[in-house]
Design a binder for this molecule. Structure first.
Ligand code: CP3
Length: 345
């Protein structure tokens, strides 16, 4: 009896889609806030294997999701490469910036990243030992472009302006950053898989701001290289790609990268994605996360709309983006019940 998430990733159309939720371990849960307080701050939580495993397990215990995602962050890799990283409460991440060759030359490469990241691999090992046997463990990393936008600007930016500016002004340096992150991501995910991750997901949250050839060169091509290299190291390893807000560029993304599953955000309708993207393989998504704040009939109706739209092919139910801190934990249970009610109705 293979796990449902792995069956969907292998291309099977299931009567009820497996379910998990981006940011399922997070601040909407009181038990997360308690463990985070115990750890001190967010980064201390990420680097504490026992507590990081604990918060990963909390939503599994509460809701019985079909998958657990390793608790960590996409910005741990730049930190492991030598960037300074800290989080400002209520604002978000801050990093030392990279705007010149001299900044780039301070970054490390290769095996040195594991000095910083080894607690993350330890978290993966603990999780593989403690997760219920029907639950799939997902490892992850940020995609090079999305991580580069934070490294170049030193923080999150609404339009990724500084990264686009560096790309225009010094393309050689920009491409060195993308290449270094591509290499580091492969090394990082390799160790996660060796430690026990059964699936890996590549988060390209800002892919949608890359247009035309830039999308192909800096979103699609790194995803292809990472996917192909991991699959050559670990034959059969399922890969989920999330080129968020890719729009028309979602079409053909499975075939162009070799990803087994493409995660879809909620800027496209599930009917459009079912018609244009799902023929390429398994899709994941795409309920708008705002429904978990507002609830009510719309939550149930939109949840079931997503399930029905994707019911003719392989599908993993998820949100279009991570659950927000103001979501009501009871709405998550209502969403899960609505997903599981569809086919039995
Ligand atoms: O999904 C999960 O539950 C797994 C863990 C996970 C986190 N971040 C934990 C986290 C994953 C997969 C991420 C990915 C991530 N991190 C992305 C890509 C996905 C996306 O949401 O677009 C990005 C862009 C980041 C960078 C990042 N980390 C930002 C911008 C922030 C601050 C914004 C915020 O929500 O506060 C974080 C912090 C962060 N990462 C939190 C969590 C649970 C909140 C930290 C806290 O407890 O205060």
């Amino acid at each position: 009896m293979t796990k449902t998430l792995l069956r969907a990733l292998a291309g099977e159309t299931l009567p009820t889609p497996p379910i998990w939720m981006m940011r399922q371990a997070g601040r909407y849960l009181p038990e997360y806030k308690a463990t985070r307080a115990e750890a001190g701050d967010f980064l201390s939580l990420c680097y504490n294997p026992d507590l990081a495993a604990e918060v990963t397990l909390q939503p599994i215990r509460r809701y019985g999701f079909d998958a657990a995602i390793l608790f960590a962050d996409i910005l741990l890799l730049p930190q492991a490469l030598g960037a300074d990283l800290w989080f400002v409460t209520g604002e978000g991440p801050r990093l030392s910036t990279i705007t010149s060759d001299a900044d780039f030359d301070k970054l490390g490469r290769g095996e040195m990243i594991h000095d910083t990241l080894s607690p993350v691999y330890e978290t993966v090992k603990i999780l593989r030992k403690t997760l219920p046997e029907e639950v799939t463990l997902i490892g992850f990393a940020g995609a090079p472009w999305t991580v580069a936008t934070y490294m170049i600007a030193g923080r999150g930016t609404p339009d990724q302006g500084p990264a686009h500016a560096l790309k225009a002004e010094n393309r050689a340096l920009f491409e060195k950053i993308i290449d270094r992150l591509t290499e580091g991501t492969i090394d990082y995910l390799t160790e996660q898989v060796k430690a026990g991750a059964e699936v890996v997901k590549i988060f390209d949250s800002w892919a949608g701001s890359l247009k035309g050839d830039d999308f192909d060169r800096y979103a699609l091509e790194p995803a292809r290289i990472i996917t192909q290299e991991l699959k050559s190291r670990f034959p059969g390893l399922p890969v989920i790609a999330f080129p968020r807000q890719a729009g028309d560029k979602y079409i053909g993304f499975h075939a162009a990268t070799g990803a087994d599953c493409v995660a879809i955000d909620d800027s496209v309708t599930p009917e459009w994605a079912a018609e244009h993207v799902q023929p390429g393989g398994c899709v994941q998504g795409n309920l708008a996360n705002t429904h978990l704040v507002t609830g009510g009939d719309a939550l149930v109706e939109e949840t079931q709309r997503v399930v029905r739209a994707f019911s003719k092919g392989p599908h993993i139910f998820n949100l279009g983006h991570g659950i927000t801190p103001d979501a009501d934990p009871e709405n998550v249970q209502i969403m899960i019940d609505a997903v599981r009610a569809v086919r039995s109705a």
